[in-house]
Design a protein around this ligand. Structure first.
Ligand code: NAD
Ligand code: SER
Length: 313
């Protein structure tokens, strides 16, 4: 049975990944860590420890005490928050990854690190963006994600660390709120649709981006970590996607369930320019071919699941 440590476990992904890991590997085998105290609804019934992932010595002690053989490294600063404090984004994203990789090298752990569609930039082909293509991002977030992918590849090639990752698109979920990204509108819209019947969107009506419902994101993380790596041509990190959404298209889908729902637009130039620098649709055939990636949710099933859950709440 694997022994797993999760950094940044209280965030949007961690709050879904943690219960899935515990269900699969056993509660006591999965140590949740975060820089802040988390509610018992996230941490229990397994162990939790406060941990700053940029502190390599503390990460090393936590991995040793838990006898971890795998780290899911989720601690990071996302794209919009990153633009408001680029130094913080560079520090958290790079120092935490460096400390996790060094500990993994010393203590022989496998490492999952999410990358992002944020690795792509204005010069990248926008439609069916290839796995291997031009990556010159215009955000500090994207710079850290490109550097992170290269660092993970380097630790694999130079030191034999089993590093794996995916380039997540925007992730849609309920529960823990998104952490300050450009794709947060695709979560906020559902909350506002149910609470107020109206949403004011910070991106333009036709700003199309790749998206994914969180159960598919969890299945991508666990799927790639369980995959037989002998078929890998890539490893850090695979394009993965499930659907392509623009605000006006998602609003139309929501109106199938809530006919009175309305949307208007108050565009945030920072997040709009980030969205315009990212692909309209990535090509995830490398992930499908090399480890059997396949999403289960499309826009219709995601919309139904989100609205059902939020109406219940
Ligand atoms: P989030 O912002 O929701 O959560 C990040 C967590 O990290 C928070 O709980 C925060 O307290 C914690 N954290 C911050 N600094 C820390 C530190 N120094 N040490 C320990 N913990 C710290 O982020 P998320 O959406 O869960 O994203 C997780 C990973 O997935 C990130 O690498 C992110 O770039 C990537 N990703 C997310 C999305 C998305 O749409 N959510 C898309 C693509 C990639
Ligand atoms: N959802 C993330 C963001 O917008 C993409 O990595 O920052």
């Amino acid at each position: 049975m694997k022994r797993i440590l999760v950094t940044g476990a209280g965030g949007q992904i961690g709050s879904w990944l943690l219960p899935a890991l515990r269900q699969h590997y056993g509660d006591s085998n999965v140590l949740a860590t975060d820089i802040r105290h988390l509610g018992s609804e996230i941490t229990e019934p397994g162990p939790f420890q406060l941990l700053d992932a940029t502190d390599a010595k503390a990460v090393g002690r936590a991995v040793m005490r838990h006898d971890a053989d795998t780290v899911y490294h989720l601690a990071a600063i996302l794209s919009a928050v990153g633009e408001s404090d680029p130094r913080l984004a560079w520090h958290v994203n790079m120092a935490s990854l460096e400390s996790v990789l060094d500990v993994a090298r010393e203590q022989r752990c496998a490492v999952f690190t999410p990358s992002s569609i944020g690795v792509f930039g204005p010069d990248t082909p926008k439609d069916r963006t290839p796995q291997d293509t031009l990556m010159r991002p215009s955000t500090i977030y994207g710079v850290t994600k490109v550097a992170g992918e290269l660092l993970c590849d380097y630790y694999h090639q130079r030191f034999g660390v089993d590093t794996r990752g995916v380039r997540y698109p925007g992730l849609i979920s309920y529960g823990a709120p998104p952490g300050g990204g450009t794709t947060d509108w695709a979560v906020d819209i559902f909350h506002q649709a149910v609470a107020r019947g109206h949403y004011t969107c910070f991106l333009a009506p036709d700003s199309q981006l790749d998206m994914m419902y969180m159960p598919d994101a969890v299945s991508a993380a666990m799927g790639i970590m369980e995959a037989d790596s002998t078929n890998f041509v890539h490893r850090n990190a695979f394009n993965v996607t499930a659907m392509q959404l623009a605000p006006e298209a998602l609003a139309a889908e929501i109106r199938k369930h809530l006919p009175e729902f309305t949307i208007d637009y108050d565009i945030d130039p920072v997040r709009q320019s980030i969205a315009e620098s990212w692909p309209d649709r990535v090509d995830d055939s490398a992930a499908r071919e090399q480890w059997g990636w396949e999403p289960a949710f499309d826009v219709a099933t995601t919309t139904r699941a989100m609205l059902e859950q939020l109406r219940e709440e």
